[in-house]
Design a protein around this ligand. Structure first.
Ligand SMILES: [Zn+2]
Length: 404
């Protein structure tokens, strides 16, 4: 099968450690060009990109979208390629949930736009990041479009897995599933050095502690604050000794999450509201201004509601990242406590991990790991973060735990 020389570079350059997926996708692109020897069935109108967080689902989907639109199959240089990768291509609609869910209203609008003929490119492409955040009715609106696809439209969905909790069985059955794997440490280090200009030593360190998450590795390599946050959260297990520590550490973690959400919203929220008011012509005095002002109050409220939902999402994402760091730590403690010969998630913290292994043992570490996972689940199920985090810290501190 010819998949083209472009596979090694062009838009695929940032799709890290996914050779098999790239081969399948370039074959699909080749099919749209009618290459001899490539079956037409190599291409289909609906794809589901799955893989662990950070494996590059949306990066792969975006590269595929560019390769489909590009006359040269994803050269990475032309207007099609560049605008798709920047998210500004007229015939590629990207749905990125900023709140907790993707609403039916949003999905219907996207589906309707996607049924038009492409304006400048070869296809109309709808790219849905985090398809696991579709509400049930939004999923139904999408399902209708995927079942009776308009002739030029391609749907690209991204989700953690094909589990029914992530993607409904009916949508899944209409899609070709492309499963991405966790990229290797050397593959991540290579892309950090090549694309982001990170020095090789830092690139290798960041890749080794990223748990295979490319975006996380990049943040750790380039952002001192991210390194500091990681160090702070991974110091928690050793710092928890008393009930006082439980409340102090919980408060600090929750406050850090709030602060990060605030700093991301700062300026942006106010600018959006200003822009909306200008767009609605608020402040005018002419005929009809009173009616416009009444309408704009509703629109501003709607925007404020979305901003609040976005802030909640950010706060939870920050908390979740901290909890993932903690789960990696206790997983390492279990590995050392049972003497398993597998690489640690945090190879740079081997001394701390060993100290914890002798303090807690495998059973105590497992109890703590369970508590971290339960906390993530509780927050996902809308338990108030303060309650979930304090309950977690109590277990981590070993309060009420039988002495070893
Ligand atoms: Zn191109």
């Amino acid at each position: 099968m010819t998949t083209g020389a472009v596979a090694a570079g062009g838009v695929w350059a940032d799709v890290v450690g996914q050779e098999a997926a790239i081969e399948e996708l370039t074959a699909a692109v080749a099919a749209t060009h009618g290459d001899p020897g490539v079956p037409a069935a190599a291409m289909t109108h609906a794809w589901l990109f799955t893989g662990p967080p950070g494996s590059g689902r949306s990066t792969a989907a975006k590269a595929f979208a560019a390769a489909l639109q590009c006359a040269d199959r994803g050269c990475g240089e032309c207007t099609h390629c560049r605008t798709v990768l920047h998210g500004t291509h007229a015939d590629v609609r990207t749905v990125v949930p900023e709140g907790l869910t993707i609403s039916v209203k949003e999905m219907r609008a996207v589906v309707q736009l996607a049924s038009r003929r492409p304006a400048t490119a070869r296809r109309q492409i709808v790219l849905i990041e985090d398809a696991d955040r579709l509400t049930e009715s939004a999923a139904n609106a999408l399902l209708k479009a995927v079942e009776e696809p308009p002739p030029y439209t391609v749907f690209l969905l991204c989700a953690p897995s094909t589990h029914p909790e992530d993607v409904s069985v009916t949508i899944r059955s209409r899609c070709r599933v492309l499963n991405l794997r966790t990229p290797s440490v050397p593959a991540i280090a290579e892309v950090l050095a090549r694309r982001d200009g990170v020095d090789p030593e830092t690139a290798t360190w960041a890749a080794s502690v990223s748990g295979g998450h490319v975006g996380r590795a990049r943040r750790l390599a380039r952002d001192g604050d991210a390194r500091e946050q990681r160090a702070r959260i991974l110091a928690v297990p050793g710092a928890l000794r008393s009930l006082g520590d439980v409340f102090a550490e919980s408060g600090e973690l929750l406050e850090a999450a709030k602060a990060e959400a605030r700093s991301m919203a700062d300026g942006r929220d106010a600018t959006e509201i200003e822009e909306l008011k200008v767009a609605l012509g608020a402040g005018g005095t002419g005929k009809g201004a009173a009616g416009a002002a009444r309408g704009s109050v509703g629109a501003v409220r709607e925007l404020e509601r979305r901003q609040k939902s976005r802030a909640t999402r950010t706060e939870r994402d920050v908390l979740d990242r901290a909890l993932i760091d903690l789960s990696g730590f206790y997983r390492d403690v279990i590995v050392r406590a049972v003497g398993a010969r597998v690489p640690l998630t945090n190879p740079d913290l081997t001394a701390d991990v060993d100290t914890a292994a002798s303090r807690f043992g495998a059973t105590g570490a497992l109890r703590r790991l369970d508590a971290v996972l339960a906390c993530r689940e509780a927050i996902e199920l809308n338990v108030k973060p303060q309650i979930a985090v304090e309950a977690l810290m109590t277990v981590l501190a070993g309060i009420g735990e039988p002495a070893r």
